[in-house]
Design a protein around this ligand. Structure first.
Ligand SMILES: *Cc1c(COP(=O)(O)O)cnc(C)c1O
Length: 371
């Protein structure tokens, strides 16, 4: 039988289904008690004070940028090697994304490049824990504090990861998660923002739902629109799934780490494949497993596809997208490390539900690489 192993996928079991079913039979499909319950549980898991759940990781990022008051004329310093939402959400507020190249070995934003790009207009440094591997926060925090800018962490790849003994979610001023089905835990679509700052928390709650503020002193019905915003709410149906998934997060990550260990062992010493390295003191959550192919990447990608591996490439650097070229004048060659990585990159399958057979098949297929 022809194999078909995706690069990532969710793991939904009967307890998840029952949790969702229970909400469907309850009074609240949305704006009910499951939302705060999910927020509190994720905040506790990550050692953060406050959490606001959103309809997606992208709307959560918008919430984070809204919280810090990002506006036209501001800049954010961020990595070119990310899903576009990290940067698009800042552009939406009229800010300019100023990219800082990655480190060749860890694929995360390079603190010394941040230092070069940070300036008077910078409002935040926005880090992405690429593939689940936490960034060099020791140095990045020093830089953000010295320059008095916020540190925002797009941890869409990294819920459950750790840096120097601290859980992701307890390091940056604001941390963002996504619960898309390829991420560690899922709500279908969904996202969350964590912070210790009460002011940010309140701004994001308002931003999530039409800029509305309630005031019971003026009457049970009373609300006012304080700012223009959208409906970025998540539902109780989704949060019930999230709560149920969260219970399994540690087990999922354990499985991801074991598979990653097997891959590393199997590919060690290969003259065709380069693996990236973790940051010092970081414990990755292994969202994806990107390899770099020495040789014809296009052919390797097509060969893997033919063999039934649902490979992907994460990501084409943002400076190479037409929108970023046209709007901000970025061009090919601006970020040599990110671009060199992109030319060689292939993400191979990694998800907790993989069977031993599937893992071995991926290893054998990748080892046979002939390009
Ligand atoms: C998945 C992802 C997002 C966006 O999340 P959605 O839930 O799909 O909106 C943002 N940034 C990164 C790095 C991601 O991987």
């Amino acid at each position: 039988m022809k194999k078909n192993i995706p690069y990532g996928r969710q793991w939904i079991d009967e307890t998840d289904i029952r949790a969702v079913e229970k909400v469907l039979r309850s009074d609240w499909l949305t704006q009910g008690p499951k939302i705060e319950e999910f927020e509190k549980k994720v905040a506790k898991y990550c050692n953060a004070k406050y959490a606001v759940a959103f309809s997606s990781g992208t709307s959560a990022l918008l919430g984070a940028y809204y919280a810090i008051g990002l506006e036209k004329g501001d800049e954010v310093v961020t990595t070119p090697l990310t899903f576009a939402a990290t940067s698009n959400a800042a552009v939406y507020f009229g800010a300019k994304p100023v990219f800082a190249d990655i480190k060749e070995d860890t694929l995360n934003i390079d603190p010394s490049e941040i230092n070069k790009k940070i300036g008077r207009k910078t409002k935040a440094v926005v880090c992405v824990d690429f593939a689940g591997n936490p960034c060099d926060y020791e140095n990045i925090l020093k830089i953000s504090r010295k320059n008095k800018v916020y540190l925002i962490e797009d941890a869409s790849h990294a819920i459950g990861a750790e840096y120097k003994g601290k859980k992701i979610g307890s390091i940056a001023d604001i941390t963002v998660f996504s619960f898309h089905p390829v991420k560690h835990i899922t709500t279908g679509e969904g996202g969350m923002v964590l912070t210790d700052k009460r002011e940010f928390y309140e701004r994001m709650k308002m931003f999530r739902s039409h800029g509305i503020i309630k005031n019971l002193e003026k009457g049970g019905w009373y609300y006012e629109i304080k700012e223009l915003s959208f409906n970025f709410r998540i539902t109780d149906i989704q949060c019930a799934l999230g709560i149920s998934q969260l219970k399994k997060l540690d087990k999922f990550i354990e499985k991801r780490r074991k598979i990653a260990e097997k891959y590393k062992k199997a590919f060690l010493g290969s003259d065709k494949i380069i693996l990236s390295r973790q940051e010092q003191g970081a414990k990755s959550a292994f969202h994806i497993f990107p390899i770099q192919v020495l040789g014809n990447r296009r052919k390797a990608f097509d060969d893997f596809k033919k063999a039934g591996l649902g490979v992907q490439v994460h990501y084409m650097p943002l400076n190479l997208h037409p929108f970023y070229m046209k709007k901000f004048g970025y061009k090919k060659g601006d970020f040599p490390n990110a671009e060199k990585y992109y030319e060689r990159a292939i993400t191979i399958p990694l998800f907790p539900k993989m069977t031993a057979d599937e893992i071995n098949y991926v290893i054998e297929t990748v080892k046979k690489i002939n390009v």
